[in-house]
Design a binder for this molecule. Sequence first.
Ligand code: ADP
Length: 504
Amino acid sequence: MKILFTAFEAEPFVKTGGLGDVAGSLPGAVSSSAFDVRVVLPKLAQIREKYLKKMEFVTSFEVPLGWRKQYCGLFTLKMKGVTYYFLDNEYYFHRDQVYGEFDDGERVAFFSKAVLELILHLDDFLPDIIHCNDWHTALVPVFLREQYREVPGFLDIKTVFTIHNLKFQGMYSDFVIGDILGLQNTPAEKQLHSDKTTANYLQGASLYCDEITTVSPTYAQEICMPYYGEGLDWLFNKRRDNLVGILNGIDYKVWDPAKDKDVEVPYSYEDLFGSADAADAGAKASATKGKAAGTNGKSAKNALTKKEENKLKLQEELGLKVDKDIPLFVIISRLTEQKGLDLLTYLLPEIEKRDMQLAVLGVGDKEYEDAFSYYAGKDPSKFAARIEFRHALSHRMYAGADVILVPSRFEPCGLTQMIAMRYGTLPLVRETGGLKDTVNADNGFSFLTFNAGDMLYAIDCALDVYKNHPKRWREMMQRAMTEDFSWKASAKEYRKLYNRLAGK
Ligand code: ADP
């Protein structure tokens, strides 16, 4: 089975969010002796230097795009059993930012077209499936059916289109349909139009692909409703038989508190609780507490667990009051409306009154950046705001925190709650999308209605358990750390889907 997996970003080359995590780990998880998975990415200026040096130039070809013919260089690199192809065009991909350029509509159209042209230049690889991700690659199924159906073998290629976030659809003036896409006077002209004057790339993919997937089962149901459907619920209802939700996993090699190079004091489940053998994990937890922390003659009661050591170091790094008994809440997120930060900023005066700390790592909308920065300036012993995107610090925050807040308005899957749980940090989430599929009363805290009062109630519950029921807190940490969020189960689901589509 040959799978060509395509996305605009992938770890470890370029990552701006969850798509990068998924595209970086899913192909490796799916690939096996029976599944030859290859990944095609744009050769973006943001790719880290050490990977650029390892790439080999293969060939170059021309990509037709409307009336244009554009150069495309092909580079390749093999890593951890997966073959990567990088499509090069300095004009389109050598930009200051990955997304947000004035001509994104043309940049992603070029990329999608080049993915199909690439196949013409691979001697040994005609894919059974092309797996596209988000609106940046949404035109692949459209071009495939409208412009490449005559190419021998291409009619048999099946396409999977995964929606990582329906909010972003790639909508442009319908001028692009003829001028850039070269799809005037084809059925695609109608299928791409979301209104009289707008072309919607994601709508096109959702109509042309063979199967639509979302990154959690709950999100697949939600997008069929007007509240979550972003104007396309009609389409998902129409294609309900070809819509399935498969929960994302996280890369257990990247996110492993025992081997994490960015964490000050790496720790495993056993370090915190003794044997993973569940029987009387609670009792073992207290028995190993002293041993794990290396008591150096101190009484076990006062000894710190390795997680607590990380917490103290994190509090110090962030300039917070250093005290292991103050519950430390964190946010590691894009600071946008989707992430429910209006609830949190509304609650900042309430949080200020409580015995807790809040540290934010994120970039995004100025109103949120300013609100968190304001409170960090006002009371730096309680609040910290790091307005930046910093991998290493995120790892230390997952390790050092007690609670991660994910109060999203909607959440296709969400990775931060799963990563946090692996690090023994309990999630406090709104019950939506993948958050609902991964967090329950035994491994975290949640609230249903998108309402600041309900969120505050959940925060107070978490504070109560932290302060007054330490045994329960430890049990919840144990539960969180032993959840299986690896790619194993999901990779199996994807393999099943590929087999079904390809009729194998
Ligand atoms: P989304 O894709 O909607 O942004 P996800 O929860 O799916 O949200 O994935 C977010 C990913 O980006 C996680 O790996 C998280 O650790 C990372 N991340 C988010 N903001 C930052 C930041 N400011 N610095 C470092 N990593 C971040």
